[in-house]
Design a protein around this ligand. Structure first.
Ligand SMILES: [Zn+2]
Length: 288
């Protein structure tokens, strides 16, 4: 069933586990993730970036596809459709299209403007029972000036944004999107602990989940992280499985060129990655 992320994350925080956000790119992605969540009886968040939304022919197409799958596949676990790193304008579009959750990434605005826009969105989303994720302190990436370290959020700013009625908060704690550099300094658990105390009982979100060692993930969950974003890892496993199929020339054998056969190994690879993550995050069996 399609729900907001609020209740599932409140439960996750109380139960000391995390719900995975798995970004989708097409029908195969959505289907593989939903089937795995159902099989493992786990709540799940389907992440949609602005780029992926455009690729899938717009947000209403995404909502129609996911709702159709929930019905036709008999998906009974809680499912949220969530805008990932949305601008203010796109968050509004997603609310209009029927998303059950949105992230407003106002981290590049001055803090006053981030606050004003977050407040506006919370008001609009609340009326429709849609959850809102806010971000403080940009999550590091290639453009990061400090080699080996992601950006670290300011605790006071986290407290301010958390007080605006958002349902979950993403804060930079040295995490990075995409692949981590060799000399990465690791997650700043001291900062996470402070943010957790200052924003309690707000569920915290960890972006850039690909490549963070398992023990760090578990420690982050123990300190209040209740949602973990996974994107790159599914892409890598899908690509590797598809490459293997083609390199084995299976597409040249019989009806191996049939897209339903050609894409099947990639789908199985996504399922395996999602399963591995759900087990690591502790969300298996937590759907109600
Ligand atoms: Zn992110």
């Amino acid at each position: 069933m399609l729900v907001s992320a609020k209740e599932m994350l409140t439960k996750a925080k109380a139960g000391k586990y995390a719900v995975g956000q798995f970004n989708i790119n097409n029908l195969e992605w959505a289907k593989s993730i939903l089937l795995t969540a159902q099989e493992l009886n786990s709540p799940v968040i389907l992440g949609v970036s602005e780029g992926a939304g455009k690729y899938m022919c717009g947000y209403t197409t995404v909502v129609g596809m996911v709702k159709g799958m929930i019905k036709e596949l008999g998906i009974t676990v809680p499912v949220a459709i969530h805008l990932d790193h949305g601008s203010y304008e796109h968050a509004l579009k997603c609310i209009e299209a029927g998303f059950s959750s949105v992230m407003f990434d106002g981290s590049h605005y001055p803090i006053d403007e981030n606050i004003a826009k977050t407040k506006e969105l919370v008001k609009i989303a609340n009326e429709k029972g849609i959850s809102v994720e806010a971000e403080v302190g940009a999550i590091g990436g290639e453009e990061d000036g400090v080699v080996g370290n992601g950006e670290v959020a300011d605790v006071e700013e986290c407290k301010m944004i958390a007080g605006l009625g958002v349902d979950m908060l993403a804060a930079g704690i040295g995490n990075i999107h995409g692949k981590y550099p060799e000399n990465w300094a690791g997650l700043r658990f001291d900062v996470l602990e402070e943010i957790g105390k200052a924003t309690s009982p707000m569920p915290l979100v960890l972006h850039g989940g690909t490549g963070i060692p398992d023990d760090m993930i578990k420690k982050a969950i123990s300190l209040g992280v209740s949602k973990i974003n996974v994107n790159t890892e599914c892409q890598l496993s899908f690509a590797a499985a598809t490459r293997k199929y083609i390199e084995a020339e299976k597409d040249l054998q019989g009806k191996g060129f049939d897209p339903r056969k050609l894409l099947a190994p990639g789908c199985e690879a996504i399922k395996a990655t999602v399963k591995e993550k759900m087990e690591l995050f502790g969300s298996v069996g937590k759907a109600e």
